[in-house]
Every structure is written in C-alpha cells, then in structure tokens.
Design a protein around this ligand. Structure first.
Ligand code: ZN
Length: 73
C-alpha cells in the first residue's frame, strides 16, 4: 500500500521521529485536565479516552485524545 494511503487514514499514526507507521497500543481512560475536556465528557465515561501508539522501529510513544462525537457538530 502506498505510504500516503495509511498516513491519511483516520485510525493510523506515523512516528514523528522516524516516520514509521505506529502500532495502536492501547486506549486508556484519563481524567479531564481542562474545563473544556470536562464539559465534553459524556455520561458514559467518567473521563476522556486517550489513544496510545508505539513505534516498532525506535520505540517512541505517542498519545492523542480522542475527539468526542459531541464536538464534531
Ligand atoms: Zn519511530
């Protein structure tokens, strides 16, 4: 598959250090750090979800907060 295809995938993440496609390692629940995050919490989660990715090449760990559906309006 061409690099551009997976790089543009919503589910994928590329290592910022070496450009290797990262493995989706875990989803973890974290507590909101800001009022905006707290306001975006749904009744279903007592916190916000954070996706964790690991680079198989250099071992870099990257994480990102998932965007709540309610903020996409
Ligand atoms: Zn890497």
């Amino acid at each position: 598959m061409p690099v551009a295809d997976w790089a543009m995938s919503a589910a994928g993440m590329v290592c910022p250090k070496c450009g290797t496609p990262m493995n989706h390692q875990a989803d973890k629940l974290v507590y909101p750090l800001t009022r905006a995050e707290a306001a975006s919490m749904t009744a279903a989660f007592d916190g916000v979800l954070e996706e964790v990715f690991a680079c198989p090449n250099c071992g870099w760990i990257e994480s990102r907060r998932t965007t709540p559906v309610s903020e996409q309006r």
